[in-house]
Design a protein around this ligand. Structure first.
Ligand code: DX5
Ligand code: ZN
Length: 220
């Protein structure tokens, strides 16, 4: 079994000490930087934009996993590639021509991800799963960190894993929202490959150790 990955979400970092928090992740057992971009339209919150991502990318020494919670993401695909994104995830609910969007992301040299809101059924990916590198299952309603995990996520992970196997795809499953040491192991058992964790890591007393523990739960 390949190693399960931990992706701390920078949304929960201390923005007045961003470089310190980035260096902590660089030195930790974390695998990816998860970067949430919110436009105040697709979701009822605005996070940060290009200058902040540029500053993060300057210091980050690990994969940069960008989660776009924005309408009309096609407009910015090249920009995010130029800024150093390695994985670009768009929301299914924000894409009229998802297949075209996935192609455009790959044409810019990035891995292509698709995020699904909690209300969106797995079966909408039936015809695109073989073109998707990463599915980000939202386990909270997108827009804010620090929310409670939605329990139905376990069923969705299993359904998605079944779809991936049935189609012979190599898509990774990422879980985003409310991930803690309480649900990490069960999520991995259901089929998850990547766990995003914001508050659980950055609001803990010792984020470095919290990442070690999460990684251990995920790979036990
Ligand atoms: C929510 C974001 C998440 C968020 C996770 O819209 O996509 O990545 O930062 O934060 P926690 O782990 O605090 O739920
Ligand atoms: Zn996210």
């Amino acid at each position: 079994m390949s190693s399960k990955l931990i992706a701390p979400s920078i949304l929960a970092a201390d923005f007045a000490n961003l470089q310190r928090d980035i260096e902590m992740i660089n030195k930790s057992e974390a695998d990816w930087f998860h970067i949430d971009i919110m436009d105040g339209v697709f979701v009822p919150n605005i996070s940060f934009g290009m200058p902040v991502l540029q500053a993060i990318a300057k210091h980050a020494k690990k994969t940069i996993d960008v989660h776009l919670m924005i309408i009309d993401p096609d407009r910015y695909i090249k920009t995010f590639a130029d800024l150093g994104s390695n994985i670009l995830t768009v929301h299914y609910e924000a894409c009229t021509h998802l297949h075209r969007t996935l192609q455009a992301i790959k044409n810019e040299g990035m891995k292509a991800g698709v995020a699904l809101n909690p209300h969106t059924n797995i079966n909408v990916l039936e015809d695109t799963i073989n073109n998707i590198d990463l599915v980000c299952l939202m386990s909270v309603n997108p827009g804010f960190g620090g929310q409670s995990f939605i329990e139905n996520t376990y069923n969705k992970v299993k359904q998605l894993k079944d779809l991936i196997i049935r189609k012979g795809a190599s898509t990774k499953i990422e879980i985003d929202g409310g991930v803690t040491d309480k649900n990490a192991k069960k999520l991995v058992e259901a089929g998850a490959d990547v766990l995003v964790a914001g508050s659980h890591v950055f609001k803990s007393n010792d984020p470095h150790k919290t990442i070690i523990d999460l990684k251990r739960y995920a790979n036990s």
